[in-house]
Design a protein around this ligand. Structure first.
Ligand SMILES: [Zn+2]
Length: 378
C-alpha cells in the first residue's frame, strides 16, 4: 500500500508541475498545494484501491413479465444491502463495495412460474438455473466475474424441493419469499406444512449467508455431515436466522479477508441501523446514528454516478466552507462558505458535466481543514 501511495504522489506531483508549465497557472489561481492533503490518511481508507479495481456487489431485482416492480422491495433491498455491508465491516474491519445505484431493477422476458417449471437440470437446481439464464442475459453477469458479485433477487417462487436461495462463485440467487420478508410481509408456503414467521432481520442474514457462498465460503466444517462440532452461530450455518446476533468464525474471516472484493472501508457509517424496519429511509438512519459525533462531514453515496449529498453535523456556530477540487488541484465548485449554526445540514451536489474521476473535497470548519475523496463512476 505504501509504494502505491508514493506512486500516486509522484504522479500527482508530475501532473501538477506539468500543468503549471503548460497552462501558465499563476499563484493567484484556485490551485492549492497537494502538500495540504494528508496522504497518510489514505492508508486507513483503502477506498482508492477499491475504486481502481472497480469491484462491487451488484444487487439485481428481477421483475417477471407478469409482475410489476414493488417499490417496497427496491427500498427494502437497498437497506438490506447497506445493513449487511456494515455488518461485514464490523466483523472484518473491511467490507465489500456496493454498486451505484445499490439496487438495479430489470424486467425479465418470462412469467414468474417459468422459473420453477421450465425444464433445466435437476429439481434442486432448476429454479436457480432458470434465474441465471435471464439474469446473466440481462446484466452481462457471469460466474467469477473479476469486477462484480451478482446477487439476483427474483419476484417468483420456487416449488418444493428447489433451491430458493443459493450462492457460489461470485453469484447468488434468491426467491420471492426473501423479498416479501425484507418488506415485512408474510412467508408464502412452498412445501406443505410450512408456517414460517420471520422478522426482516432474518432476510438480511440470508443475504449475508448467500454472499458468503458467493465470496467462496462453504458451510462450516462438520455441519453437513453430522451435527457434532458444528458452528450453529456462524452466519454460514444457522446463525443467519438470528441475524445480527451471529458471526463469522476465525476461519471464515481469514478466508474473506483474502478476497479482493472485501477491501472497502466504510468507517464513516459503521453503525448498524435497526434491521427490523428495513423500509425506513436509510439516509435518515445514517443521520440518526451520527448525532453524537462532532462536526462530521461525509458524502453519500460515494462512489456516485451523477449526484451525491454532503452531510454536515455542526455542534456550535462556526464558519464552514466546502469545495470540490479535481486531481490537478483546481477548484471545480464551491458548495458552501458561510457561518452555520449548530445543526445537521445536507448539501446535494449534482456533478453535471464533470468527467468520471476521483475528486477531492476539502472542508474547513473553523480553523480545521480536511480533505477527502469523492469518486464519480460514470
Ligand atoms: Zn448455505
Amino acid at each position: 500500500m505504501k509504494s502505491f501511495i508514493k506512486f500516486f504522489i509522484e504522479v500527482f506531483k508530475s501532473i501538477y508541475l506539468l500543468s503549471l508549465f503548460n497552462s501558465g497557472y499563476s499563484q493567484e489561481s484556485d490551485f492549492y498545494s497537494m502538500e495540504n492533503i494528508n496522504f497518510n490518511s489514505f492508508e486507513d481508507r483503502p477506498i482508492i484501491k477499491n475504486i481502481v479495481e472497480n469491484k462491487t456487489v451488484r444487487i439485481i431485482y428481477l421483475v417477471p413479465s407478469d409482475s410489476i416492480e414493488k417499490t417496497d422491495y427496491t427500498r427494502g433491498l437497498q437497506n438490506t444491502a447497506r445493513h449487511i455491508q456494515i455488518w461485514y465491516y464490523q466483523q472484518l474491519g473491511k467490507t465489500f463495495a456496493l454498486h451505484d445505484p445499490i439496487v438495479e431493477v430489470y424486467k425479465t422476458p418470462h412469467e414468474g412460474t417459468w422459473y420453477s417449471t421450465n425444464s433445466n437440470g435437476n429439481l434442486f437446481g432448476q429454479f436457480w438455473n432458470n434465474i441465471l439464464v435471464d439474469g446473466f442475459a440481462l446484466t452481462g453477469a457471469q460466474f467469477n466475474d473479476p469486477n462484480s458479485i451478482f446477487a439476483f433477487y427474483i419476484d417468483a417462487h420456487p416449488i418444493c424441493g428447489q433451491c430458493g436461495g443459493c450462492g457460489t462463485s461470485g453469484v447468488l440467487a434468491i426467491g420471492a419469499n426473501d423479498l416479501r420478508g425484507i418488506a415485512d410481509q408474510s412467508w408464502v408456503t412452498i412445501c406443505p406444512g410450512e408456517t414460517y414467521e420471520f422478522k426482516p432481520c432474518r432476510f438480511v442474514g440470508g443475504l449475508g449467508h448467500e454472499l458468503g457462498h458467493a465470496f467462496g465460503l462453504p458451510h462450516p466444517s462438520g455441519c453437513e455431515s453430522s451435527d457434532v462440532d458444528c458452528d450453529y452461530s456462524s452466519i454460514m450455518w444457522t446463525g443467519f436466522y438470528d441475524y445480527p446476533n451471529c458471526y463469522f468464525s476465525q476461519t471464515e474471516k481469514q478466508s474473506l479477508l483474502k478476497n479482493p472484493f472485501i477491501q472497502y472501508d466504510i468507517s464513516d457509517t459503521d453503525e448498524l441501523f435497526n434491521c427490523d424496519k428495513l423500509l425506513d429511509n436509510v439516509t435518515a438512519s445514517i443521520d440518526n446514528l451520527r448525532t453524537d459525533q462532532n462536526q462530521i462531514v461525509f458524502n453519500y453515496p460515494n462512489p456516485f454516478a451523477n449526484s451525491t449529498t454532503f452531510y454536515l453535523n455542526i455542534q456550535s456556530k462556526v464558519r464552514v466552507s466546502l469545495a470540490v477540487y479535481d486531481l490537478l488541484g483546481r477548484k471545480r465548485v464551491s458548495l458552501l462558505d458561510d457561518e452555520l449554526l449548530a445543526g445537521k445540514y445536507s448539501i446535494p451536489w449534482d456533478s453535471g458535466d464533470l468527467g468520471v474521476n476521483i475528486y477531492i473535497y476539502k472542508y474547513c470548519i473553523g480553523n480545521k481543514t480536511v480533505s477527502k475523496l469523492a469518486v464519480k463512476t460514470r
